[in-house]
Design a protein around this ligand. Structure first.
Ligand code: NAD
Length: 468
């Protein structure tokens, strides 16, 4: 459907610069129209039996499994610069998320509690919130969007989706999948447009009861402030500056391979990427040599080649930000172990900085590119201190075979998740994904999402002389 004012914007492929499509540039009127539909859609969707909502989500999962390649693969590669491997991974995770969420439709559990008044019975029931405004990012435009939509839908909410302006085509294809699976058209709309126009209209609309935003911390703060003035329910999944601790018992070559995967996957455009690495001094030298070799061996070819590890950043601004972080760190005294420049087009070489100043952008802020910083530490406590030297707290990881060291660190690192024996970029449809500090508020995944997207209500009833 065109925007009310006829406006459009171009969607381009980061790998080639080719124009992929023109999509509607939605504004206030379009958002209002979508929210009004969602208010009606909420009534229709919530009144369905849980088994019917579950069935629709299961049909969506089966459709994504059977037709995911045809519906999403090329769009993911072209629009978001995903490699074929990352695109397939997103599709597979989408199927998993839809199946996992489907089961949640039956799990809107309540409870009862005792009353001192023998004539009164208390019930606590769980109800959906109503219209959820879903505002999504560009980096995993299918699987993250699925996670943000499938669980609130399972709980009986209706949705208005505002995808990233960089990746509206994937979101439109996802909306189509839900409709084809039998979700009522009024229960899900996709409005394509820009954050400051269409996104801001959505989060400020009086009939939106909840905002689910995944995006940068700056956006999260702006959206959070606006949402708070209207007492909206908010789930904010924001940026990260995840630490990887490499302890002295690790094989440095194995550790370097894991570290490279944790930072260079999808060009480092992963909220949980291990963009800071603390290595115990005993294995520091062999570790950085192995990481350099690993980084320089990565194949950066065509996105459709199986062996391509990563492709372009999303746009020229993203490249400039990454290079600026590197330049400023070097000006402050960091050494470049490898990389630090453009490979070609919007592809930045795998970059490893050694000892950036602790107040540098590369150390403190999300570069959201293929850049990590390594520092040497004397012991486990110093490694933990390095991990906690951040206002973010999304995910962290500890490479060790010593479970006691790993668990000790996991308990002391301020982060929404800590993974032992692997890198910090991990997903699971049942896991509570979310962060502390500037990484956001709330959790998504499994029953944690159900709690976020429902409200509890206390009902008490006079049961007269019935025993209760
Ligand atoms: P972004 O903040 O630029 O945009 C995210 C979404 O918010 C987009 O749809 C955008 O249009 C919209 N938006 C921007 N300003 C808005 C406003 N004022 N009102 C309403 N909507 C607005 O983020 P991005 O660059 O698309 O994505 C990358 C960021 O997302 C990174 O910081 C990354 O760490 C974060 N991220 C976090 C998680 C997580 O689970 N915590 C997952 C993926 C990405």
């Amino acid at each position: 459907m065109p925007a009310a004012n006829g406006g459009t914007f171009e969607v381009t492929a980061p790998a080639t610069g080719a124009v992929l499509a023109q999509v509607p540039r939605a504004g206030a009127g379009d958002v209002d129209c979508a929210v009004r539909a969602a208010v009606r859609g909420f009534e229709a969707w919530y009144r369905l039996r849980p088994a019917e909502r579950e069935a629709a989500l299961l049909r969506a999962a089966s459709l994504a499994e059977a037709e995911g390649q045809a519906r999403f693969l090329d769009t993911l590669i072209d629009e978001s610069g995903s490699t074929i491997t990352k695109a397939r991974g997103e599709i597979a995770y989408t199927v998993d998320l839809l199946r996992t969420a489907a089961g949640e439709a039956r799990r809107l559990y309540g409870e009862t509690f005792p009353n001192d008044d023998p004539h009164r019975m208390s019930l606590v029931i769980r109800e959906p919130l109503g219209v959820v405004g879903v505002v999504s990012p560009y980096n995993a435009p299918l699987s993250l969007l699925t996670k943000m939509c499938a669980f609130p839908l399972a709980a009986g909410n209706s949705l208005v989706i505002k995808p990233s302006e960089e990746t509206p085509l994937t979101a439109l294809a996802f909306g189509r999948l839900l409709l084809d699976a039998g979700v009522p058209p009024e229960a899900v709309s996709v409005v394509t447009g820009f954050g400051a126009e269409c996104g801001a209209e959505l989060i400020n609309h009086p009939d939106v009861r909840c905002i689910a935003l995944t995006g940068s911390t700056n956006t999260g703060i702006a959206v959070g402030q606006a949402g708070l003035t209207k007492m909206r329910r908010m789930q904010l999944e924001l940026g990260g500056k995840s630490a990887l601790l490499v302890l002295k018992d690790m094989d440095p070559v194995k550790a370097a391979k894991i570290a490279a995967q944790g930072i260079f996957t999808h060009s480092g455009q992963i909220c949980m990427a291990n963009s800071r690495i603390a290595v115990e001094r005993e294995i520091y030298q062999p570790f950085i040599e192995a990481l350099k070799a690993e980084a320089e061996s990565l194949y950066l070819g065509d996105l459709r080649e199986e062996r391509t590890v990563y492709g372009p950043l999303i746009n020229a601004r993203a490249v400039e930000k990454v290079l600026e972080h590197v330049r400023a760190a070097v000006d402050g005294g960091a050494k470049i172990l490898t990389g630090g420049e453009i490979y070609k087009g919007l592809v930045v070489k795998p970059t490893v900085l050694l000892d950036p100043p602790r107040d540098s952008l590369a150390w403190r802020e999300e570069s959201f590119g293929p850049v990590t910083s390594v520092v040497a530490v004397d012991d486990l406590q110093e490694a933990i201190d390095v991990a906690n030297d951040s206002e973010y707290g999304l995910s962290a990881a500890v490479l060790t075979s010593n479970l006691q060291w790993g668990l000790h660190a996991a308990r002391r690192i301020a982060s929404g998740a800590v993974h032992i024996g692997t890198h910090s970029f991990q997903s699971n449809a049942l896991a509570p994904i979310g962060g502390v500090g500037l990484s956001g508020m709330g959790r998504s995944g499994g029953h944690y999402s159900t709690e976020e997207f429902t409200e509890v209500k206390w009902i008490s009833v006079d049961v007269g002389s019935l025993p209760c």
